[in-house]
Design a protein around this ligand. Structure first.
Ligand code: HEC
Ligand code: HEC
Length: 259
């Protein structure tokens, strides 16, 4: 993982391609569906404009974990932004629960994953429609990255080139986040700012997840206020720029100056 090179990064595509070709029955989902699944993983309540239950999720390890209530219903709260659960980012600290990651299910069939989402640890068939179950399963099976291949888990060093991510940033992100990543936080009260440089340096895994799939839910922007403030989504870069470009964009975010 240390000193990961560009060519190593390209190799990531190879096992994926193999997987698809070796399973003729596998349905493959487009970037749009995978991105929706990724946002459900991040925060389904926000994405679907629903309330998560106030009770702690029955699958949450409340003996080990410190969280209670609605936040425990987010997939990421148990499995992490790096998808490695207690084997990765959430191996210690305030999000620790001891729960495993989901990376073993990369490449698994939709049916297999949906079966997990229906089990007693999850009960997500009570919350999602069939279509939503399928999308989140497609994200797990086909949208998961091995984050360790380009984010060093210890040093957080990213195998991307900031200078190459800059143009994508300008094209895709300035509208909402401003040219230096320090615009108003659109979902918080007036006056509060969001510092993308800080977010990305603190948690590059989360930033990468948001880069690929977008931030859940729709938001008002006051910049393009044609008739009654259009509601907009943060765009997903999955399918817009290749993986290498997504990693370069992450490196660019990390190069943005802090607060
Ligand atoms: C409240 C905690 C919690 C939430 C929220 C949660 N899970 Fe899980 N998940 C678990 C537990 C517990 C297991 C069983 C593994 C273990 O005991 O460590 C598991 C296992 C899995 C597995 C199988 C992993 C393996 O290697 O066995 C997948 C895939 C999975 N979850 C996906 C999801 C998805 C997708 C969501 C959101 C829609 C989600 N989970 C939400 C707790 C949770
Ligand atoms: C249409 C508006 C919009 C665009 C365009 C947009 N975003 Fe966002 N983004 C948001 C909103 C809204 C949030 C949630 C935080 C907030 O309310 O400001 C967010 C959150 C984020 C976060 C997570 C911040 C956190 O605290 O967790 C990251 C990282 C991010 N965006 C990166 C990007 C990148 C990179 C691009 C360009 C590829 C981009 N965004 C384009 C609206 C947008």
């Amino acid at each position: 993982m240390l000193g990961m090179t560009k060519s190593a990064l390209k190799c990531l595509y190879f096992p994926l391609a193999l997987l698809f070709s070796s399973s003729p029955m596998a349905e493959s989902y487009d970037s749009y569906a995978l991105a929706e699944g990724g946002r459900l993983y991040d925060n389904w309540a926000l994405e679907l404009d629903k309330e998560a239950p106030n009770s702690t999720h029955p699958g949450y390890n409340d003996y080990k974990g410190k969280k209670r209530g609605a936040s425990t219903w987010r997939c990421k709260e148990c499995h992490g932004w790096d998808y490695e659960g207690a084997m990765g980012l959430y191996g210690k600290g305030e999000h620790y629960t001891g729960t495993t990651g989901i990376s073993a299910y990369r490449g698994a069939s939709i049916d297999e994953i949906v079966t997990v989402l229906r089990n007693d640890n999850h009960g997500f068939d009570q919350i999602f429609t069939e279509e939503q179950l399928t999308k989140v399963a497609a994200f797990v099976g086909q949208g998961l990255l091995n984050m360790r291949a380009f984010i060093n888990p210890r040093t957080k060093k990213v195998a991307g080139e900031a200078s190459k991510g800059r143009l994508t940033y300008q094209e895709q992100c300035t509208l909402c986040h401003g040219s230096s990543g320090k615009a108003r936080n659109l979902s918080k009260k007036r006056g509060q700012k969001l510092y993308l440089g800080d977010v990305a340096n603190e948690n590059p895994w989360k930033a990468m997840h948001k880069i690929r799939f977008g931030h859940p839910g729709k938001f008002y922007t006051n910049k393009y206020d044609v008739e009654g403030r259009p509601r907009m989504n943060m765009p997903a870069m999955l399918g817009v720029v290749p993986l290498e470009g997504q990693v370069d964009l992450l490196a660019y975010l990390m190069s943005l100056s802090a607060k």
